[in-house]
Design a protein around this ligand. Structure first.
Ligand code: ZN
Length: 399
């Protein structure tokens, strides 16, 4: 009997939300074990509930029940952070929130209501994971400003994660200099120096895409960065050109043209269907045109950020040597194609230029290059550190 009531209610809610472009839809999860890290109530036009999940891919179902009024949210393969517990509120539309486990791995969240709600919901991006945002469709809770402030104080701030990609490796030596220097060795040496520098910087956690002489496919490099929740991706290379005099550093971001065809490629590739979920964009059940448009939008804003961090890095490179081109260039490099992680490719110098080949082999110059990239990334993060990070909090405090 209860079951029947539930399913009827569920149907009603689903049809209520049927017209929403970003409505939830079940997605197959590649791995288990999402954590519900944080719950918050926020007074906007209506009362909204924020549920912060530590992974981007999630699957949820919602329904309302009455007598008494309540909203139920089921999150499969999800566990509750130990820091979260049931709460009650003495006044306002929300009376309390409770958590329980159902069918072993399903986290059930029950929001007890003092009056009927007509909720709508969507996912929004967090740098690490996703936020399920529910608009209750009712006006507020006087008590909750207080509550939100308390929760905020206790919420841990995280490091910015910078993925460092040493170009080439293993069977792929990259470009080869006149003195037979292999690009893959230079890129790894500079990447390691950059890693050491960033590691010493509070608020930043660097990761190495490769830390030895191994071959890593380009797609795999992007995937590693994603899996490690990178906020930024920096690929280190050394240039080569048949004209031996060509010299100087260059910085690249993805070209819009490459991005657009990439989005089309993602959509064309059935194997990528479950990956076609970027941040708040739940793409299941949309028309192909709409998917393409949303992907383009996500990629475009990522390219803007990439151009910005690229500009900062290029400015620092100008301080240590000559640059090949005065501005950040754009190109269709596969390794830059993360739709939601700002990514740049640094051509440190021309390995095909005898003088620059010598410099690239010098530990002192490798250190200078690493320092310039580090400073450029630092400049960018000063303005654009993602919300929820220690750097964001630190820079905002100082203004
Ligand atoms: Zn290269």
């Amino acid at each position: 009997m209860v079951r029947e009531l539930e399913s009827r209610q569920r149907r009603r809610l689903v049809s209520l939300l049927g017209g929403t472009a970003l409505a939830l839809s079940p997605l197959k999860k590649a791995f288990a074990g999402t954590t519900l890290e944080q719950f918050r109530m926020v007074q906007q036009d209506n009362l909204t509930l924020h549920f912060d999940l530590d992974q981007r891919v999630s699957d949820a179902s919602l329904f309302t029940l009455n007598n008494p009024d309540r909203l139920v949210i089921d999150l499969p393969n999800t566990v509750l952070s130990p820091s979260l517990e049931a709460q009650t509120f003495s006044t306002g539309a929300v009376e309390g929130i409770r958590f329980g486990v159902r069918d072993q791995h399903m986290l059930r969240v029950v929001v007890d209501l003092r009056r009927p709600a007509s909720p709508s919901f969507k996912f929004v991006t967090r740098q690490q994971g996703q936020r399920l945002l529910i608009d209750l469709g009712v006006k507020g809770n006087p008590a909750l400003l207080d509550y939100a402030a308390r929760v905020n104080e206790s919420s841990p701030l995280r490091d910015v994660i910078v993925a460092i990609d040493a170009g080439h490796g293993g069977k792929d030596p990259g470009a080869i200099g006149q003195r037979k220097t292999q690009e893959k060795k230079i890129t790894l040496a500079v990447a390691r120096r950059l890693y050491k520098r960033l590691e010493r910087q509070p608020g930043i956690t660097p990761i190495m895409i490769r830390n030895k002489d191994v071959y890593v496919a380009l797609r795999q490099r992007i995937r590693i960065a994603r899996d490690r929740n990178a906020d930024l991706f920096v690929s280190v290379h050394a240039d080569a050109f048949k004209r031996k005099a060509a010299k100087g550093s260059s910085v690249y971001a993805l070209s819009l043209k490459g991005a657009s065809s990439e989005a089309a490629q993602w959509l064309a590739d059935k194997e990528n269907e479950t990956d076609a979920l970027f941040g708040d964009l739940v793409l299941d059940g949309m028309t192909k045109d709409l998917k393409q448009t949303l992907l383009d939008l996500a990629q475009n804003s990522t390219i803007e950020a990439s151009l910005e961090v690229g500009g900062d890095v290029l400015n620092e490179l100008k301080n240590i040597g000559s640059v090949h081109k005065p501005n950040v260039e754009t190109a269709n490099f596969a390794v830059l194609k993360s739709p939601d992680i700002p990514s740049v490719l640094v051509e440190t110098a021309f390995i095909s230029n005898l003088q620059e080949e010598r410099k690239l082999n010098s530990p002192a110059y490798q250190e200078k290059l690493a320092s310039a990239i580090q400073k450029g990334v630092g400049q960018y993060l000063r303005r654009r550190a993602p919300e929820g990070t220690k750097l964001y909090a630190a820079y905002r405090q100082r203004g």
